[in-house]
Write a protein of this length. Sequence first.
Length: 239
Amino acid sequence: MKARETAKNEPERLVIGLTGASGVVYGIRALEACAELGIESHLVMTKPAEMTIGYETKLSPREVAAKADYSYAVTDIAAPIASGSFRTKGMLVAPCSVRSMSEIATGVTTNCLTRAADVMLKERRPLVLMVRETPLHLGHLRTMAALTEMGAIILPPVPAFYAEPRSLSDLVDQMVGRALDLFGYNWPGVKRWGEDLTKGRRKSSPSARSAATAEMPVAAPALRRAEGAKTRRSKKIKS
Ligand SMILES: Cc1cc2nc3c(=O)[nH]c(=O)nc-3n(C[C@H](O)[C@H](O)[C@H](O)COP(=O)(O)O)c2cc1C
């Protein structure tokens, strides 16, 4: 069989890593998106990720693992994804903790997740790290810069309000879709500027801004509280 034909018959494989940072739902949605797109998912999650699954979702780690086509123990450094000879499209770590990020940056990898990430870097395949921490100290920022120099993409889960999110799922899906964009996958969960979204729909006057926040359940309560606090403060100054 010719080399080209072999490549054609190979499944599209994506490695998904879940670490113990907050926002484990990003990784879970990424697994679901892979299933929808027909991408073969290869999952590895750390022990702290299993803890955050317990804190942040109603699922068990086993139920999360069942969403992947293949799942590996974090201790299994002999797993296929730990070798560069196992062909994959790349790896998404979502969410990525500072601990795992730092380990990947050093190359001193102690588990299957960080080893798989190291493999992506050495094979020059896309490695997308959805790093979740805030605020960031200089060491975090330097580590991110080092990883960027090595070829990784740092993609913090930052909400895109221009995408008019109406729920937390909208926010999560937009982020997961933008992560998948970086591997060349087009997941329908993403709202695209210039396609699904157009500019100039809202005016930027204060009254138009209030109307806009009233329409946006995710941001509205916090923004309305802030508006209320501003009014109360100005009344106090007057008296
Ligand atoms: C509920 C919870 C939330 C956490 N959130 C974060 C976070 O957002 N970012 C982070 O870097 N670490 C966070 N941590 C701490 C990590 O879980 C911890 O540093 C752990 O050692 C990471 O290990 P891992 O990278 O092997 O998953 C959190 C821990 C818990 C229990």
